[in-house]
Ligand binder design. Sequence first.
Ligand code: ADP
Ligand code: MG
Length: 268
Amino acid sequence: MSGPLIRLRGVSRVYGRGAAQLRALDRVDLDIDEGEFVAVMGPSGSGKSTAMNIIGCLDTPSTGEYLFRGVHVERLSRDERARLRRGHFGFVFQGFHLLARTSAQENVELPLLYRGEPAAARRAAAAAALAAVGLSGWEQHTPSELSGGQQQRVAIARAIVTRPGVLLADEPTGNLDSQRSREIIDLLSALNRERGITLLMVTHEAEWAARARRIVRFVDGRIVADGPTAGIGITQAGPGARAAAVPAGLPTAGPVPEPVAEPAAPGA
Ligand code: ADP
Ligand code: MG
């Protein structure tokens, strides 16, 4: 593959119409290479989540181009886009979004269930993903029996169980105290560093953004700064920063089971 993994060109996302029209993204250009760890910052309402949703194929641009591995996502059908999303992207949100009264194991198996994988394969993959986030032994616990930090770990296990190449984390520590936040950031950055997963993380905290190698800053739907972490006023975490190891058992971001759909040939 030549070119970046992710390329946005002149991407706008407009909500509503007429006087109520709101431009959540305004002609955004953004390139992200495979294996990067990018922190996304900016005030509330600046378009961070909108950009993450477009990159993760949960939403589409109103205008502009989105190329993933050179494929024009904005030209794909809804089904092709869903296949791309399930095959390549994992999502982690501020609010965990776990099913209540459902075990950690079953929560993590869910994406594989949607993919129609057999029960034994689902069970093994979910157990490995839970081990990779340090939750071996907690498989049968439901979210209400887990701390916030543990619930976010389950959500991360669910996000990586499909072996995505890209992890999109939208304020993953927004509901956690500082110690639990640090553990989640350690885990996410280890997934990036040791497994090669491309990581995009929205955060309001300069301390967590400093763990990335690059920071992209949004204001009013536009990117107003984009550069190496050290270059825009936030220094890298020092030698005291702890780095969590990802336990063995989690496969690296590798070949994906579903091919990227190619856009239909002109006139096809
Ligand atoms: P951020 O994640 O940076 O806080 P968002 O991307 O969620 O910002 O939102 C950007 C702007 O788009 C905000 O003004 C928000 O109110 C608006 N917006 C987001 N989603 C919708 C929607 N589904 N309908 C209408 N407006 C929306
Ligand atoms: Mg947001």
